[in-house]
Design a protein. Structure first.
Length: 105
């Protein structure tokens, strides 16, 4: 009986998410900066690139919105990006990015 009360208190104090499955712009930028901007930046830091591949810069929410279709296809559906998964993007990060991109429409 005491266990049930404690469990009930713990679950009652955890706030539900604002919207199931939603991800904030700030959260998606953390994912993109971790996995994409070494190459897809105005000034890439990846040793193989002097400019963003295909001129796709992904440094801001506006950039992501502009390239949403290609980011979704290449990163979420096809899993071709990040190239060779060099940054070890997790399936949870891909799913979160995909949810955010779908919420744009």
């Amino acid at each position: 009986m005491i266990f049930r009360a404690v469990v009930g208190i713990v679950f009652a104090t955890v706030a539900p998410p604002a919207r199931a499955g939603s991800i904030s712009d700030a959260d998606v930028l953390v994912i993109v900066h971790k996995h994409c901007t070494a190459c897809h930046a105005a000034s890439p830091t990846h040793e193989s690139f002097r400019e963003a591949p295909k001129n796709i810069v992904l440094e801001s929410v506006a950039d992501l919105k502009k390239h949403a279709g290609v980011v979704y296809v290449q990163t979420v559906q096809g899993r071709a990006m990040p190239l060779g998964n060099q940054t070890v993007m997790s399936e949870l990060e891909r799913a979160a990015l995909g949810r955010w991109l779908k919420e744009l429409h």
